[in-house]
Each structure stands twice: as C-alpha cells, then as structure tokens.
Design a protein around this ligand. Structure first.
Ligand code: GAL
Length: 633
C-alpha cells in the first residue's frame, strides 16, 4: 500500500485569496490529504437554519482543483453559541454538578437527545451536499471524543438515559438490587426512577453502580457517533473515520470503531511526555525533545486494532504545541522519525496539525508547517523530506507480530472504579508490559477482548482483565500460544462481585488468589533473582510450577505447561526477566537494543528508530540522533 501525507487546514481562518496558494504549497510539500471543516459550525450555520455553503463549496473546489484529497469533518465538537440558547441543558455537567460553559469546545453532553438530533441534522446536510463530491475522499465524525474529560457527564439527560439503560439491562429493580448488592448500607431501590448518578455521594458510591454508569457513558459515545454515521453512509461512498486521542480510555474505542472504516489518532509526542505518559522527571528530561520512545508506538498498535487494520495519524505534532506543562521544540529530525514510525506500524497516512500557525484563538502558540507570517516553519522541510523518501521507497508491508497484548477498555474502568491503591491503573500496567517487549525489539499486536483466535502468536499477554469473559477464558485456555494472565484476572464478575470459587479460576492452572495487598510505592517486594513487585501483590495457593518467587519464597509467577499466571505488578527488571523466560520457552527472538532505540519489523523489513540525543551503534552501522534505519530482512 502507498503511504501518504496530509495536513489539517482551516480555510475559515484565512482570507479566501490565500487558499489557492496554500493548496499549491501543500501539493508542493508532497501532501496528498487535507482535513477541513471540523470546527466550522458557526460559519456554516451562523443562526439556526441559515446555511452558508458558499465558502465551503469554494474551499473544496480550490483544494480539490490543486489535486488534494479532502477529509471532511462534521463540526459537532463545537456547537455554536445559539445552540446553547436552543438547548440550555445540553451542556455537560462535571462530577461536582457544575455545568461546563460555552467558550472553548466539546461543551456537550453525549446523552442529550436534542443535541444529538442537531448533530444528525448537520451531518445529513453536509452529506447531502458533499457526499458525492469527487474531492471528498473521507469523512471524520466530530473531533476527539472524550478529550478534555468529556465522556462522563452528570447531567439530567444522563440521569434519564441511565435509568432507561438500567431498566433494559436488568428488567426488574429487584434484579438490579441483587446484582449490585444494594442490601449493603440499605441502598435498595423500589423503582428505576429512584436511581441517581454516582456523584456527590457522602463517601464512595457502590462500585457496581459506578461501573454500570461508565458502561452507559461509553455506550452514549457509541450511539452519538453512530447517529452521524447513519446519516453519512447512505449519502457517500467515502470511508468514515474518527480521530481518537492518546491515553483516553473512558469509552470503548473498539465499539465506536466497529461503525467506522478507518481509525485515526492524534499524536503529540512531546505534549504527551509532559502531560500523560506518567514518567519520572529524569525520563522526561532525557526525552524532552523526542517524546517517550513507546507511547506513540503503543497507540499506533492500539488504533490499528480499533480500525481493524485501517488507521492513520490524523494530527501529527510538527513543532512545539501549546497545551502541555512545558512545550519544547522537537529535536531536528523527530518530525520525520515520528512519521516513519507510524508507517512502520502500518499507518496509511500521516497528517500534520496544522498547516499554518494561527494569529488568534487558544492555539496561537501551536506550531504549524508554516509560521503565522506564512514563512516555512522547520516542520515543513521534514514533511517534504518524508514525501520525497516515500516517492523513492518501496511500500511498507505489514505482518502479524509474534506477541499479542489484549487491551480491554472495561478493565480500565474496573481498575479506575476500584484501584485498591493510589496510582494503580490498568493503562499503566498494560503499558509496562508493552515497554518490556519493545526494550528487546519485539513487535506487538494489540487485540480487543472479543478476540477468540490466537493463531500465529507465540505469546499472548492478558494482564489485568478484572472481568474475564467466559468465551475469552476458553479461547485463552485452548490457545497454542503461551498465555500470561494476571494480576487481578477474573477478580470480579460482570456485576462487580467477587466470584466464588475465588479467582482466577483458570481451568488448566488450578490456582486460588487467597489474599491481595496494595503496596506503598516505598515498600515494594523484592524477588529472588532480581526485580521487584510494586504497587500490588497477590497471595497464591496452588501447585503450579513457580517461575518467580519473592525473596521469602512466595510464588509470584507460576506456570503449568504454556499457561502462566503473574500475581503482582512487576517492575521493569522483573518484566525483563519474564520476557526472557517467555523467549526461552517459545523461541521468540529478541534484540539487544541500546537505550532509547526501538525496532519494528514488517513483513520484509526492519526499522530502527533512535529516540535519543546521541549517535548509537547498531549492528547495521551508527544511527544518529533522531535517525531512522530501514533494512531489508
Ligand atoms: C488536538 C485537537 C486539535 C488541536 C490539537 C492541538 O487534540 O484535535 O484540534 O487542538 O490538539 O495540539
């Protein structure tokens, strides 16, 4: 497949006389795609029903005539001011019960049916007008669902919707009382109408209540997105996408992705390093201008799964951003490295955000490929270089990775609902496993929890699945691969109750977790032979073979044939040992990589990426800072 580049453009920000030259320069840079429209509602419909298509008609015509393919966004992440007058109760409500105000973006509640109808209407109008336009080559719904903490809203609309959702799920309130264990603290309800949202309670709400509200909130994102897709699909053959974000896990992306042809995501490596990787200060310092060496790759692999193989980077950081605690400029070469890394993981396209830095508004300090004065910013030369390299390079051929890692959004909500210790979170646990594999050059496929076929994988990692679907448990038990479960596998049933018999109840392993502890960060448990258990540890009964024990001899990792259980959160050194054990048991091949260097294998090639600020030696020659090495296998 031919890999392509693009950019995000806001024709409504610039006088019309600039559009033609902008389009020419985009093509001259080697760009194929331009995404437009996703925040333009106030210009499309300045007052209710007063539609102004002329400018968008013209923009599409100018960009298309220059040879660019257009991704058209629906503008529903930015309802205009008049919308709030029409639907004053459409604003999302925060956990403290305060409505979020107009004045930025994403100020809507996913449960509000009046706003959802407005979104259907504008999506329908756009699709009616442009669905068959030859320049419209893809669609984007909304912009970054869940960004700015917007998945969960404690509004009146959410309360009504949640009650209906519960009535459908449980059918009778007695069934709900039983499932949630509402006899505890006399929380029993006599009707669904008595059930409120789980905020502003005196102390913690019932975890079953919280978990169901999180499931409901995720379903609302799925329904909201589907409402737009249902309007676009009958009117256009162009694929429909959505641009997801980094480390936003409040809704089930796999469920949203099932209604879309392409998953895209927005990659801001330097912003993420400061804002959401959760790394130590030393790590942040070492990678300040390069970004975390694994965070982007993790999301590439995750969204490849969400898009069932079809995925893009819709927004790629091209220079300093404006929104993280600190916003340094990338090391020269990193924009090129990030782009090639996305292609090595299978991206169809990488689009830079944004074309030109704005003079006004919240993102004045966000770099583009061009400066506000229309001169080239450093990112443009790197984009041009990649475009030239793409012209001359053979295409990237994806292949199945040797290791699979299961990612389950519901497990993330379950950990968040009952973390059992400060800072314990599912994303962190998963990411630690992912990093351990990448440190030794192992490529990873991330899989959704409804996967039943593990053919071709040497190893399947399934850490932290608090609720283990019986069909998945079956598939994992019968997989040919080595499977690693735990910690917390099957620790709760679907109603968030502790099962009896006690977990993990994995047929071939015959183990019982008899007690769990969470650990202060300053009292990890040392392992015999190196490494530690941190944050969380289980006491395990059973007669499987212990592969790792504490210094006092308690089993932590146990195995019976190809089924393994890990009863704790292993630190990096212990995870490295686990990977070595798995490689020895399965013949998985690993590499000795210098710190901060990462490798990704495709069907025919190996890519090496130097995320450090120094030249490193590789078996294939020296690799400069931000260097990319591409070699045939
Ligand atoms: C993204 C968003 C863009 C822009 C960008 C700035 O999250 O989709 O609209 O705000 O961040 O980095």
């Amino acid at each position: 497949m031919k890999r392509t580049l693009g950019t995000c453009y806001y024709p409504e920000h610039w006088p019309e006389h600039m559009w033609k030259e902008d389009a020419r320069r985009m093509v001259d840079t080697g760009l194929t795609w331009v995404r437009i429209g996703e925040f333009s509602w106030s210009r499309l419909e300045p007052s209710p029903g007063d539609l102004h298509w002329d400018w968008l008609d013209h923009a599409i015509e100018v960009l298309g005539a220059a040879g660019l393919k257009i991704v058209l966004g629906t503008p529903t992440a930015t309802p205009p001011r008049w919308m709030i007058d029409r639907h004053p109760d459409m604003l999302a409500v925060d956990v403290d019960g305060r409505p979020r105000k107009f004045g930025s973006r994403r100020h809507y509640c996913f449960s509000h049916m009046g706003y959802r109808e407005e979104c259907r209407r504008i999506a329908r109008l756009l699709a009616d007008r442009y669905g068959r336009n030859p320049h419209i080559a893809a669609w984007q719904t909304d912009n970054e669902y869940g960004c700015h903490d917007t998945t969960i809203s404690y509004s009146d609309a959410a309360r009504t919707g949640f009650r209906d959702w519960l009535a459908q799920r449980y059918q009778s309130v007695d069934a709900l009382n039983r499932a949630w264990g509402n006899v505890f603290w006399s929380m029993e309800y006599a009707s669904f109408d008595q059930i409120d949202l789980p905020n502003l309670t005196v102390t913690e709400p019932n975890p079953a209540h919280v978990m169901d509200f999180r499931r409901y909130s995720s379903d609302m994102v799925v329904d909201f997105n589907r409402a737009q897709v249902d309007e676009i699909k009958p009117r256009s053959d162009a694929p429909v996408s959505h641009n997801y974000m980094g480390r936003i896990t409040d809704f089930d992306h796999f469920a949203v992705g099932k209604d879309l042809e392409i998953a895209t995501w927005d990659s801001y490596p330097l912003g993420f390093l400061e804002d959401r990787v959760g790394a130590s200060a030393a790590h942040q310092r070492a990678f300040a201008r390069q970004g975390d060496p694994d965070f982007q790759a993790f999301h590439h692999d995750l969204y490849r799964a969400v898009g069932r193989g079809r995925w893009w980077v819709m927004e790629q950081q091209p220079g300093p951003v404006n929104w993280a605690p600190y916003n340094p400029a990338p090391l020269p070469g990193m924009v090129r490295l990030w782009t090639w890394e996305a292609f090595a993981h299978g991206a169809e396209a990488v689009c830079y955000f944004r074309w030109r830095q704005a003079h006004f508004g919240q993102e004045q300090l966000h770099a583009g490929l061009l400066r506000p004065d229309n001169q080239d910013a450093p990112g443009r030369a790197e984009a041009r270089q990649v475009a030239e390299e793409l012209r001359n390079a053979q295409s990237v051929q994806p292949t199945q990775a040797p290791v699979a890692l299961i990612f389950d959004y519901q497990a993330d909500w379950a950990w968040a609902t009952q973390p059992h210790g400060v800072g314990l979170n599912y994303f962190g646990l998963i990411f630690d496993h992912y990093r351990a594999l990448r440190r030794v050059g192992v490529s990873v496929d991330i899989l959704p929890p409804d996967t039943r076929d593990f053919d071709g994988f040497a190893v399947v990692l399934a850490p932290g699945l608090i609720h283990l679907d019986p069909d998945l448990a079956d598939a994992l038990s019968n997989a040919d691969a080595h499977v690693v479960y735990g910690p917390r596998t099957a620790a709760r049933d679907q109603y968030f109750n502790i099962p009896d018999p006690l977990p993990p109840a994995i047929p071939k392993l015959n183990l019982t977790v008899s007690r769990i502890e969470s650990l202060r960060p300053d009292i990890p448990v040392s392992l015999h032979g190196g490494g530690q258990v941190q944050h969380y540890i289980e006491e395990i009964e059973g007669d499987a073979e212990p592969l790792m024990t504490t210094e006092t001899g308690a089993p932590v990792v146990l195995a019976r044939e190809s089924q393994l259980y890990c009863g704790g959160w292993l630190d990096d050194a212990a995870l490295d040992r686990l990977v070595v054990m798995l490689a020895e048991r399965t013949g998985l091949s690993t590499l000795a990589l210098p710190d901060g260097v990462r490798c990704r294998k495709t069907a025919t090639e190996e890519f090496w990426f130097n995320h450090t600020t120094a030249t490193v030696d590789t078996p294939h020659g020296p690799l400069p800072p931000a260097g990319v090495l591409r070699r045939a296998l």
